[in-house]
Design a protein around this ligand. Structure first.
Ligand SMILES: Cc1cc2nc3c(=O)[nH]c(=O)nc-3n(C[C@H](O)[C@H](O)[C@H](O)COP(=O)(O)O)c2cc1C
Ligand SMILES: CC(C)CC(=O)C(=O)O
Length: 361
């Protein structure tokens, strides 16, 4: 790769030059005035690590386990839609890059390749499937029932998107989708495949047509009847909902404000992590995403109680810059940065990064 990127932010700058302007805005943007997007980063500015000294850090291990799966590190790929906006090989390249890095890949339901083709690109790698609850129960149930056979080890239902956030950049761009960027899992329902709208976004139009905003906690039983895969809820940001999720038997919770793309809130995702971790009280794994860009950020989230973190945009930057290799490079960078931070704070294992490792200023 030219202009050797040395940190995740370097990948952002290189990717910006490669991705079509409207697609870049879709990827980079947030909801409304983008306060939540900005807050996701500033929240990390208030968290400082507390280094301990004279600890044997001659060997540092980022290895961890999530829902019984051994992983090379605690950084996984957040589900993001439409990877062919970033690279012609789309999710196939992402799957290969994730496998090379030994990272868990949570595949978005709105992918440009079918869930089966993505699995086939890296068959034995750890992979979960993200879901949006569709109006079309036939199509939705079919996807859910196919997931286990297609090699997915868990289902991640995104619960912060009954409707899509107000994405002003996309509306101003009248964001449209080319034939190669339509969602491949939805081709059986062509009426859901709006690709062009006037003064609004085709992504938003698709969401309005496809998503069922009426679902509630009791609908989770319908999902469980169709799949025995562990269920994770993504987009929980309050203690109340974390407790309810446990009552409904979820396997894990993902604390997330959707990368600042839904509610235009002035509080960062990191600011609510401790509240959810306290409510969960060790009863299930807690994942975290929103603004993670360095190994330092990963360590902060783990110290605040996350079991693993997800990264969204950075993976798309790696994909745009170098396809599968770029994805593996971004994930590898985060892992080596984390290793260095673990040595510097005297916590040589993931389990040793406890609450004493961080202070909020
Ligand atoms: C371009 C883009 C597309 C996304 N698509 C999805 C999606 O299909 N499903 C989902 O649950 N979350 C989606 N998200 C949210 C991510 O899973 C994740 O919560 C967010 O990107 C994390 O923040 P980060 O980008 O700062 O790492 C998307 C985010 C971006 C940037
Ligand atoms: C297809 C979209 C709903 C994907 C998404 O979650 C997003 O753009 O944030």
């Amino acid at each position: 790769m030219a202009d050797e990127p040395l940190c995740v932010d370097d990948f952002e700058a290189l990717a910006h030059a490669r991705v079509r302007a409207e697609y870049w805005d879709y990827i980079a943007g947030g909801a409304g005035s983008e306060r939540a997007l900005a807050a996701n980063r500033t929240a990390f500015e208030r968290a400082a690590l507390r280094p301990r000294i004279l600890v044997d850090v001659s060997t540092v291990s980022t290895a961890t386990t999530l829902l019984g799966r051994d992983l090379a590190g605690p950084v996984a790929i957040a589900p993001t839609a439409y990877h062919r906006m970033s690279h012609p090989d789309g999710e196939l390249a992402t799957a290969r890059g994730a496998a090379d890095a030994g990272a868990l890949y949570i595949t978005s339901f709105f992918s440009n390749h079918t869930m089966e083709d993505i699995s086939a690109a890296a068959p034995d790698a750890p992979r979960w499937l993200q879901l949006y609850w569709l109006h079309d129960r036939g199509l939705f149930g079919d996807v859910v029932e196919r997931a286990a056979g297609a090699g997915y080890e868990a289902l991640v239902l995104t619960v912060d998107t009954p409707v899509l956030g107000l994405r002003l950049r996309d509306a101003r761009n009248s964001l449209s989708l080319d034939p190669e960027t339509i969602p491949a899992n939805l081709t059986a329902a062509p009426t859901l495949l709006t690709t062009r709208t006037e003064n609004s976004s085709a992504v938003s139009a698709q969401a309005v047509q496809a998503f069922d905003a009426s679902i509630t906690w009791d609908d989770l039983a319908w999902l469980r009847e169709r799949s025995r895969l562990p269920l994770i809820l993504k987009g929980i940001v309050t203690a109340e909902d974390a407790r309810l999720a446990l009552d409904y038997g979820v396997a894990a919770i993902a604390v997330s404000n959707h990368g600042g793309r839904q509610l235009d809130n002035p509080i960062g995702a990191l600011d609510v992590l401790a509240e959810v971790v306290a409510a969960v009280d060790g009863r299930c794994p807690v994942l975290f995403d929103g603004g993670v860009r360095t190994g330092h950020d990963v360590a902060v989230a783990l110290a605040l109680g996350a079991d693993a973190v997800l990264v969204g945009r950075p993976v798309l930057w790696g994909l745009a810059v170098g396809g599968a290799e770029g994805v593996a490079r971004v994930l590898g960078l985060l892992r080596t940065e984390l290793e260095r931070v673990m040595a510097l704070i005297g916590r040589p294992t993931i389990a040793s990064i406890d609450a004493s490792a961080v202070v909020l200023r």
